[in-house]
Every structure is written in C-alpha cells, then in structure tokens.
Design a protein around this ligand. Structure first.
Ligand SMILES: NC(=O)c1ccc[n+]([C@@H]2O[C@H](COP(=O)([O-])OP(=O)(O)OC[C@H]3O[C@@H](n4cnc5c(N)ncnc54)[C@H](O)[C@@H]3O)[C@@H](O)[C@H]2O)c1
Length: 379
C-alpha cells in the first residue's frame, strides 16, 4: 500500500514521541496536534520541527477533519477510553497510550465500541518492543528455561515531580507547586500505581502467551506523599489461565531510583533483566551445567539489533518500534495488541486495586472476549 495515513495526535507530552515517529514514518503524515493549554501546545509544536502542523484545543474540532485517518490518544491516563471512543465514533483508527483506561466501566464501553465500529484499535504497550524481548522469546522457544512456571516484574518510577503542572507545561512536585500559583494538580496525583501495570504485565503475557484469571493485591497506603494520596507501592500475585504465578510490584511515589525489571523462572532455567545496581542481565540454564550460579550476558548478545530510526527514538528504541507495529497492523488488519489483548494487559490492574481495597481478597479477572466482562460484581 502506498498511501500515507493522516495522523492527529491528542496530547502534548507523551504525544510528542508519536509526532516524532509519525513525521519520520514513510506511511504517515502528522497533520494535527491537540492539547488544552495553548502555551504548552504552541511550544510543543514549535519544538517538534514538523511544519504546517494544525493546532487544536478543541478535540472534537480535530476529529471533524476528514483527512485524519488515525488518532493517537496520549491524553490524561484517566481519559483514554473516552477519547478513544470519540475517535472511533468519528471513524478514525486509534493508537492509545497505556493503560486502556483506569475505569472498569470505561473499558467495557471501549470494547463494545471497537466491536461495534469494527475499526482498528491498538494499545501502545511499548515495553513489548524493548530490544531484549526477542532474546527472551528466543530462550523460551529454544526450551532453555524448560516450562516457565513463575515470573516477576516491577516498575518502580518515582514520578512525584510531575504531579503538578502550569499551563506552559512546566512540572512540579507538591512542595514546588506551593511556590508557583499557576501550577495545578494533574491526573497523576492520587491514582493507584497498580493500574499502570501494562508495562510490567504485558511483556510477561506476550512472552508466555498467557492471561491472568485471579489476583490478590496489597497496598502500602500513602506515606511518601499523603497529601497527594497515591499509595507508595502496590504488589499483586496473579494466577494465569495456564497455571503460572506472577508477582508484580508497581511504585510511583517512593524514594527509590527507577527500575523496570523482569524475571522468568522455569523447570530448566531462569533469566533476569537488570535490577538495582546490577550491570548486566543474567541467565541460568541447566543445560550448561548445574552450577547454581548466574551467568552474565553481554548487552550486545541480549539486545536484538534495531534500525537507525528505532535507535533515534525513546525508551531503548521501543517508541519507534511501537509506532511502526501499529502501522504494520493497519496494513495487515491484525493488530499486535488488539482490544482483547489490551484488556488482558489492563483489567488485571483494575482488579488488583479492587483486591487491595478489600485487604487482599482474591478477585476473579474477567475475560473480555466473553460476556463475563459484564459481570463485574462489586463497584
Ligand atoms: N508508554 C510510555 O512509555 C509512556 C510514557 C509517558 C506517558 N505515557 C502515558 O501517556 C499518557 C499521556 O502522558 P503525559 O505525560 O503526556 O500526560 P500529560 O498530562 O502531560 O498530557 C496530557 C495531554 O492531554 C491533553 N488533554 C487532556 N484532555 C484533553 C482534552 N479534552 N482535549 C484536548 N487535550 C486534552 C492535555 O492538554 C495534555 O496535552 C498517559 O496515559 C501516560 O501514562 C506513556
């Protein structure tokens, strides 16, 4: 297919990664950018280097453009489903930032809308495209781990410095915001970290071709920034449909350096990406001898090679690879993270928070491919 798709981007923060990717992609042209704060919108457009970008503060006005085929939804996390539904109603395909939404009911409405319109939708889970994901998949497919029975992941990212923002787009901590009268609380202040689970869960489910069916979760409560109300950290244990157990820790409001980490444990071996001060990933394959010792893997052997365009993009090249995967999905009709996989990655976080609010009670996780999604029992 030779035609170029017209792109409209909603959101002037994370959205700019997609402005960058799609202004360099051979199949796409970025036509419009939308954001509420005019000074931030104008500064983002000026910094993008993309000429002739139309700027909107009214999302519905951008949606009325007939030359826009695809909307990238990179608005407040709590508005993703609503903004995705509006785009689908306007007959646009959607690439949405993670997670699909923070509300269970909104996720149901979104799934219904995608089914009803028959339009293309993908959730942009960029961690699936980290360059070491193909290596982990290779270990699994080659049987080096045997049967993977247990996995852990964690996403520790102290984001207190972006809980407040002024209309120019400058971010502040709560303390700094007291000195900047224009700074307002953003959607990130007050949310449960476990709902930002897709970076941690998505790769595990993708690698193991699995789905979570049950969860029990505990929360520390909000001690680090009680005024914001974000729990410091939440940890959840999941059971999967293939009988595995996962443990996932997410922390956004905690005095700890950033960390995104995965480990897989199998009947014949294990692998662990870097965590804390560890300089390299490690593997333990019994086929190399029952040594009970990790073997370090050189980064060049752990990361698959990536293209120049990918290398120039953010998050280890995964931002470009995600943007491109969506376009390949537009061409083939098979979205790499379709609406059901999106919900496999998103809904366990919502159910986990429900568990945490009920002292760790076990919560069943509905499969959005079935009517079970309409049976969310407790509010
Ligand atoms: N995948 C990743 O690696 C990654 C990285 C960063 C952020 N994110 C996600 O991307 C999303 C956006 O994050 P962010 O940091 O850019 O957030 P942000 O709060 O900085 O930006 C949100 C943008 O949406 C716009 N917006 C919201 N409602 C609007 C409306 N009704 N009309 C027009 N514009 C509207 C705001 O004006 C703003 O430009 C979040 O869900 C975040 O979690 C993902």
């Amino acid at each position: 297919m030779n035609r170029r798709w017209g792109i409209g981007v909603l959101g002037t923060g994370r959205g700019m990664s997609y402005v960058h990717a799609y202004s360099h992609h051979p199949d796409t042209e970025v036509l419009a950018l939308c954001g509420l704060d005019r000074p931030r919108l104008e500064a983002a457009a000026a910094g993008s280097g993309v000429e002739g970008l139309s700027l909107y503060s009214d999302y519905e006005e951008m949606l009325r453009r007939e030359d826009i085929d695809i909307i990238v939804v990179a608005s407040d996390g709590t508005l993703h489903a609503q903004h995705s539904r509006m785009a689908l109603d306007a007959r646009k395909a959607v690439l949405s930032e993670v997670p699909a939404d923070y509300s269970y009911e909104e996720c149901v409405r979104l799934a219904e809308k995608v089914e009803k319109t028959g339009l293309r939708y993908m959730m942009a889970e960029n961690c699936l495209y980290f360059p070491y994901i193909p290596t982990l998949k290779g270990y699994i497919d080659a049987g080096k781990l045997g049967k993977v029975v247990y996995a852990e992941s964690e996403y520790v990212h102290d984001v207190r410095h972006i809980y407040y923002r002024d209309e120019q787009g400058n971010h502040y901590t709560r303390e700094e915001a007291q000195k900047h009268p224009g700074a307002k609380r953003t959607w990130r202040s007050g949310i449960h970290p476990m709902q930002y689970i897709t970076h941690s869960l998505g790769p595990l489910l993708y690698l193991l071709d699995d789905r979570c069916i049950r969860v029990s979760c505990l929360s520390t409560g909000a001690h680090t920034s009680p005024e914001d109300g974000n729990p410091d950290a939440e940890v959840a244990i999941f059971q999967t449909v293939r009988g595995r157990v996962f443990k996932i820790l997410i922390a956004h409001t905690i005095a700890h350096p950033g960390n995104s980490w995965y480990t897989l444990m199998g009947t014949r071996g294990s692998v662990e990406t870097t965590r804390g001060s560890a300089p390299r990933p490690v593997v333990y394959f019994e086929e190399e001898g029952v040594t009970h010792k990790w073997r370090e893997v050189e980064w060049d052997d752990f990361n698959a090679p990536i293209s120049e365009e990918a290398a120039a993009s953010g998050h280890g090249g995964s931002d470009w690879l995600t943007a491109d995967a969506f376009i390949q999905g537009m061409k083939s009709g098979a979205m790499p993270v379709d609406i059901y996989r999106t919900m496999d990655f998103t809904i366990p976080g919502i159910c986990a928070v429900h568990s945490a609010l009920n002292n760790g009670a076990s919560v069943e996780i509905p499969d959005f491919r079935t009517d079970a999604r309409n049976e969310w029992p407790e509010g």
